[in-house]
Design a protein around this ligand. Structure first.
Ligand SMILES: NC(=O)c1ccc[n+]([C@@H]2O[C@H](COP(=O)([O-])OP(=O)(O)OC[C@H]3O[C@@H](n4cnc5c(N)ncnc54)[C@H](O)[C@@H]3O)[C@@H](O)[C@H]2O)c1
Length: 255
């Protein structure tokens, strides 16, 4: 039997990268999955690959409260409950020192990465409280526990969701709602291609090779490796794990 047999998982940022890998893995492990993303075409193709009986989807902007209410209602209407909430949608912004960074770029990154998680918690937790609880997994980052020059809005947003996670974990525990973050270092997705270009416009490939080689395990993570940690935290195998930060970083943060 799959680790998520009979469960319903809501996944934001599910159209590509880590979210799409999690959607695929959760479905393989027996969950019905409801996929949310702002990228309609990519979302439709990810949902189609998984199959219409087990995957449904809705195009939504996670930073919009009405759209959040709508996607939460849509999951409950389609599948009857929400056992797993994977709040994963995120953007990187642009590489720029604080002094040169337009404030509207700061606002945009915070709107998706922090407000999006806030709204997800605010509307998913009541649905879980009406049943027998659930597990919420928030995608933070190694940038949630360490600074990095050039991406301050992103770093600030990923630190801030750890604070939200800790409060939600304490507020939800009585209702059987567990909340945790996962904190990856670089993963092979579109987001790293964009950051490599931002950090090293003249030679992004060189940046990539050097950055990967600097990881203790000598490479970036594959999205499926990250999805496996999400799966564990989502499943009942993690039934006593709540309020924690889970690094998946090849040991980068151990230095
Ligand atoms: N790739 C990495 O190295 C890495 C490392 C640490 C953390 N993360 C985090 O993992 C998460 C997934 O990123 P990824 O690497 O798979 O990148 P990605 O760009 O492939 O996926 C992000 C997804 O979020 C969606 N999205 C963006 N804004 C949205 C919005 N307003 N509403 C709904 N959906 C929206 C995008 O369309 C995209 O499908 C992000 O939160 C990211 O910050 C990534």
């Amino acid at each position: 039997m799959g680790k998520l047999a009979g469960k319903v998982a809501l996944i934001t940022g599910a159209a590509s990268g880590i979210g799409a890998a999690a959607a695929q893995l959760f479905a393989e492990e027996g969950a019905r999955v409801f996929l949310v993303d702002i990228d309609r075409d990519a979302l439709e193709s990810t949902a189609k690959e998984i199959g219409p009986e087990i995957a449904d989807h809705m195009t939504a902007n996670v930073s919009d409260e009405n759209q959040t209410e709508q996607y939460v209602s849509a999951v409950v209407k389609r599948f009857g409950r929400i056992d797993v909430g994977l709040l994963n949608a995120g953007i990187e912004g642009k590489v720029s020192p604080i002094v040169d960074c337009p404030t509207d770029l700061f606002d945009k990154v915070i709107a998706v990465n922090l407000r999006g998680v806030w709204l997800g918690l605010k509307h998913v937790m009541p649905a879980m409280a009406k049943q027998d609880g659930g597990s919420i997994v928030i995608t933070s980052s190694i940038a949630g526990v360490r600074g990095r020059p050039g991406i301050a809005p992103y770093v600030a947003s990923k630190h801030a969701v750890i604070g939200l996670m800790r409060c939600a974990a304490l507020e939800g525990a009585e209702q059987g709602i567990r909340v945790n973050t996962i904190n990856p270092s670089p993963v092979e997705t579109r987001m790293m291609r964009s950051l490599e270009q931002g950090f090293s416009p003249d030679d992004p490939d060189k940046f990539r090779r050097e950055y990967a080689a600097a990881a203790p395990l000598g490479r970036y993570a594959d999205p499926r490796e990250v999805a496996k940690l999400m799966l564990f935290l989502a499943s009942d195998d993690a039934s006593y794990i709540n309020g924690s930060v889970h690094m998946i970083d090849s040991g980068r943060n151990a230095r």
